[in-house]
Write a protein that binds this ligand. Sequence first.
Ligand SMILES: *Cc1c(COP(=O)(O)O)cnc(C)c1O
Length: 371
Amino acid sequence: MKPETLAIHASNLVNSATGDVTPPINLSTTFFRDEHGGYPGGHMYSRVSNPNRSALENTIAKLEYGEDAAAFSSGNTSGMALFQALKAGSHIIAPDDMYWGFKKQLLTIFADILEFDFIDQTDLELVKATIKPNTRLIWSETPSNPLLKVTDIAAIGKIAKAANITFACDSTFASPILQNPVLLGADIVMHSSTKYLGGHSDVLGGVLITAKKDELWERIKNVQQTGGAVPSPFDCYLLTRSIKTLAYRMKGHCENGKKVAHYLNQHPNVEAVFYPGLESHPQHEIAKKQMKDFGGMMSFLVKGGVEAASKTVNKVKLFAQATSLGGVESLIEHRYSIEGPDSKTPKNLLRISVGLEHVDDIIADLEQALN
Ligand SMILES: *Cc1c(COP(=O)(O)O)cnc(C)c1O
């Protein structure tokens, strides 16, 4: 079935005497055993699995064309589960424009346990040259945060496969509707479900999807179930509910995103716009090849440096000046001041998450803020 249909039906694993069309929120932490010690309902204890989480994991696995999925209490814990599943001493090839929370994990939590290099993965020769005998993971993020760099998933997939290295892709900015890394050769896909999957800025979560249930996946599932950084049944319920409209929300984000990117691109007070849907984007051709459309995320440089950027961000009225992305409401943020003094993000960069308001209202707000 097509994603629109799967998104609506894959979570309806109803097995209820009450005949619910929509699965209820199942708060039970523990489940009956039968006389042989089995679990007739398929669940034992809700850290290990529960009906709402299974519904969510089933849906996400289908939407990403994977064999299985694992849901976590945040995007950060989902990525961390993969890092934790690697053997000590493993080397990771990470992107230079990596989501800063993951970069911080590697630098502060895994510094003594794992080795890593942060490199420009748009340079495929550099990716190959960075492979070491102990490289176990290539982690990509595309489009990336906050510079919207696009990495060639199929090309990295080939490099990883040839060297027998696991290839994981943070596909949060694309959502499963716009890009499916498993179909392009990724072993693992990661999403912060706080973003487009949740879509309403009211639930924190993360997911990993695997192409194959292999030994590494067993280790990841163990981190999930024994580590226990799992989402609550209510979180899972909210996510399965939100995912039902994901395909249609993405259409709106893409349509508005394109118009806003073109508007910003011609604005005299804008120095540059980073949006994979613009022909001027350095990896536009790769984006066209691997994405169905370009989403609602972009960043731009305001002319006049950091002062002009902070003036603009403080003048918006409809946009919320807040971090995060992928919700129905438009958000804007001055990324450098979120990431702090170690950040390599340009100081005059503003990142916007284009929401689902009418695009004329979105553009009118930017117009009054930029002028
Ligand atoms: C938000 C985000 C994360 C982290 O997810 P949380 O749900 O905030 O923990 C990871 N990667 C990307 C690209 C993100 O935007």
